[in-house]
Design a protein around this ligand. Sequence first.
Ligand code: FAD
Length: 380
Amino acid sequence: MTHIFDAAVLGAGLAGSSLAKALADKGWETLLLDRQTFPRHKVCGEFLSPESQSTLHSLGISESVAGLRPSGIERIRLIFENGAEMEVPLPCKALGLSRYSLDSALHLAAQQAGAKLQTGTTVTAVHPTDRGYNIEMVQNGEMSCVEARTVIAAWGASKRPGLPGYRKPDSGKRSYIGVKSHFRGILLEKVIELYFFRGGYLGLCPIEGGLVNASALLQRDALANAGKTIVAIMHAAAGRNPRLREKLAHAEPVLGTQAAVAPVYLNRKPLAWEQLPLLGDAAVMIPPLCGDGMSMALRSAALCAPLADGYLRGNLSIAEWQHIYTGAIKREFKGPLRWGSFLQWLFGVPTVSGWLPYVARMAPGLADGLVRATRLKPFE
Ligand SMILES: Cc1cc2nc3c(=O)[nH]c(=O)nc-3n(C[C@H](O)[C@H](O)[C@H](O)COP(=O)(O)OP(=O)(O)OC[C@H]3O[C@@H](n4cnc5c(N)ncnc54)[C@H](O)[C@@H]3O)c2cc1C
C-alpha cells in the first residue's frame, strides 16, 4: 500500500503554516505544500494587528515572531488628499513585520514541530478516494500525486479555476491591483500611516530593521498603468496626495523587495467549506484597509486545528467538523467583515476628507468605535 499522510495543507502562507504546525504538534504526519519558493516578498501592509497576539500565543508561535524583532505600533494616522488628518489610538500594541521574515519563521516552526514542507509545488487537483484524498501536483514541470487522510485548503485568494473554493468574479465588479516595496529613509514613530487619494490608498508601516513597508491598493482602471515599475506606480499615486509626495520624496526603495498582485476583488462572501475546509483568504477576505487579514488567517487556523485533530482521532465526523467550523467562521468574522466593507466604502466617498476629520474631532469615541468594530475579539 502506498504511503498516506495524515493531513495535507495546501498553501504555506500564514493560515497554512500555522495550521500545519498545530497538526504536527498533535503528532499528525503533516505535509505542507506551496507553489512558491521562500523566502519571498508578498504584497501586504505587514501590519500585524493587536488581535493577532492571542492567536499567535494559542498556536505557540508568539516566541518565533518576537525573535524577529518586529517594530511596535500604537496609533493609526489617516491622511487625506486635502492634507486633513485624523489619528486613532490602537486598543493595544500592534506589530510591524515583513512577510519575508514572518512566513519563513512560521515554516521553520512547522518543520520543527515535524511537518514536511514542500515548496515550488503547485496543486492542480484534489480527488476524494476511499482512504481520504489524492492530491495532484506539478513541481519543475513534473506531475506527481500524494495521498492524505484529510486535506485543508489555505491557498489564499487567487485560486485556480476548478479547485475547491474558486469563485468566478462577477462581471463588472471593481478590481484592484496591490503593490508593495520596502523603503529606507522614512521617519515614522510608532504609527501606521494611511494616505488616501482618488483611486486608492497607500499605507506606510514601520517594520524590522528600521525599514518602512509601503503597500497600496489601487483601482485598476485609475492608477495601475501610471508607471512601468512598482516604485513608479507608487510615486504616481503620491502625486495625488501632497503629504505622501513629501514623505516619499527622499525615500530610497530597497532593491528586490517589490511585489504586485492583480486582480484583487473585495467584498467576497465568506465560504468556509467547499468539498474541503477553507482557511484564511481562501475562506474570507476583509478589505485590506482594516489591516486584519493576517489576524483572520491565523484565527481560522486556530479554529480549524482542534476540529481537524478531532476528525483524525475519529471523535468527529466530517459533517460535524464542517458544521462546527462553518458556524465558528460566521460567528467570529461576520461583524468585522460588515464594518470593514463599510469603511472601504466610506473612504471611497469623495467628500469624506472634508467632514470625517471634523466629525472625529467632535466625537472622538466614534472613530475609536469604528476601528474596534472591524477587529476580532481576543482568542479564547
Ligand atoms: C494591498 C494589501 C495590503 C494588505 N495589508 C495587510 C495588513 O497590513 N495587515 C493584515 O493583517 N493583512 C493585510 N492584507 C491581507 C493579508 O495579506 C492576507 O489576508 C493574508 O496574507 C492571508 O493569508 P493566507 O495564509 O490566507 O494566504 P496567503 O498568505 O496568500 O498564502 C496562500 C499561499 O497559498 C499558495 N498557493 C496558492 N495556490 C496554490 C496552489 N494551487 N498550490 C500550492 N500553493 C498554492 C500561495 O503561493 C501562498 O503562499 C493585505 C492585503 C493586500 C492585498
